[in-house]
Design a protein around this ligand. Structure first.
Ligand SMILES: *Cc1c(COP(=O)(O)O)cnc(C)c1O
Length: 403
């Protein structure tokens, strides 16, 4: 393969790292709702909730304006408040730990496992104190965390298990779908995720108690159910029982979600096919670590992350990242360990807290992965990786750079 810079980039247009797939059926579904009597608080929401609940194998689902609001709701339902500690992973999007702060609680970071990059169940156990109330695990890249171990640990220690499954809609663990392993499971419908509602999120749960709390929280802490009210002044009467928010999804979004759900299995299959293609094409490149999958974990592949081990390259990750960008490959980095953010540093979290997450962060590059990618797009990514690998590889003493 030629590694001549003057041959120009591998492709002429930027390939993003993720993108939604919206077809005419989706558009029609949204138009139908716009023409109906309800644009919010109508039947499309309940249809969407029922559809997601059934798909993930949970009794209940409560839709929210976005995944972050849904996580906030889960922390509320779990009873997180001032003085409570919640154990979570540093290798996630900000929302998984911000939701704890919203409720006045304290996020406690447990380091990741370097094989899966998921929170290490043994590290969770080490971080439990008398103040611990809950665990928020993230199914990083779409590979489920050790859901059996973590749910058992939470049951034994009386903790609420919240699963941030923003990456793992459609994934399963030991043959059972993500969605009923934890006490509450959050899915996000941001456009880069498996299906989209523009913005949107949902909590799946089997607990009637959590379900009721989530409904209250989503709508001002308010109920109109006479069974739940302390008194009843008349047919107009409603009661605010908790401090809630307006976190309601619209029917316009839910209509899109309903239509997108019909394509979910096909989307997940396509993601798995692309991940397999990357595995096959990139496996021989020494110094690049491909994503490892645990037995029993069946990822839905939100992200495909490779790591460039620094000792094998003449350039650092930033140079490699920029070189891939110059090839018009929309690479990304997921994620900056949350506690390294200035806001968290001001709260007193210090660098060095989770060495694995920090090592991961220094070497990771996310490759484009979304269902609408063509075979040519996949080949472009592979070709760009090979080109940049060849440009910067260096043999480590006594080793052949080609495996
Ligand atoms: C996307 C995402 C969220 C937040 O979801 P939004 O719908 O964007 O609010 C939370 N956690 C993780 C891991 C995510 O990837």
């Amino acid at each position: 393969m030629s590694d001549d810079v003057i041959t120009g980039p591998v492709r002429d247009t930027l390939l993003p790292y993720g993108q939604q797939w919206i077809d005419d059926k989706d558009i029609q579904a949204v138009v139908d709702v716009l023409r109906s009597g309800f644009v919010t608080q109508g039947p499309a929401i309940q249809q969407f909730e029922a559809k997601v609940a059934e798909y993930v194998g949970a009794k209940y689902a409560v839709a929210f304006t976005n995944g972050t609001a849904a996580l906030h709701g889960a922390c509320f339902a779990a009873g997180i408040g001032q003085g409570d500690e919640v154990i979570t992973t540093p290798l996630t999007f900000l929302a998984s730990s911000n939701c704890v702060l919203y409720q006045g609680g304290t996020p406690v970071f447990a380091d990741i496992d370097m094989h899966t990059y998921n929170i290490d169940a043994d590290r969770i156990a080490e971080r439990i104190t008398e103040h611990t109330r809950a665990v928020i695990a993230v199914d990083f890249t779409g590979q489920p965390a050790e859901l059996d171990k973590i749910s058992m640990l939470c049951r034994d220690r009386g903790l609420v298990f919240i699963e941030d499954a923003a990456h793992s809609l459609g994934a399963d663990y030991h043959g059972r779908k993500v969605g009923s392993w934890a006490d509450m499971t959050m899915f996000s419908f941001h456009p880069v995720k498996h299906i989209t509602t523009g913005e949107g999120g949902i909590i799946a749960t089997n607990s009637e108690e959590f379900y009721r709390k989530l409904l209250l929280f989503r709508s001002h802490g308010m109920t109109r159910d006479p069974q739940e009210m302390t008194k009843n002044d008349g047919p107009w009467y409603y009661e605010m029982q908790e401090l809630g928010y307006n976190y309601r999804m619209t029917d316009i979004q839910a209509a899109l979600g309903n239509s997108q759900m019909d394509k979910l299995n096909a989307f997940v299959e396509k993601r798995r096919t692309i991940a397999r293609a990357y595995n096959e094409a990139l496996g021989e490149l020494t110094g690049i670590v491909l994503p490892e999958q645990l037995a029993g974990a069946h990822s839905s592949w939100h992200l495909y992350v490779i790591r460039w081990l620094p000792e094998y390259f003449k350039a650092d990750r930033k140079t490699i990242f920029e070189a891939l960008q110059s090839e018009n490959i929309g690479v990304n980095v997921h994620y900056i360990p949350v506690y390294l953010q200035p806001y968290y540093q001001h709260l007193g979290y210090e660098e060095g807290l989770c060495p694995n997450a920090e090592e991961y962060y220094r070497t990771a590059v996310t490759l484009p992965l979304f269902p609408k990618m063509t075979d040519q797009d996949v080949q472009d990514v592979v070709q760009a990786i090979r080109k940049i690998w060849a440009r910067y590889t260096r043999s480590v003493s006594g080793e052949n750079p080609i495996k």
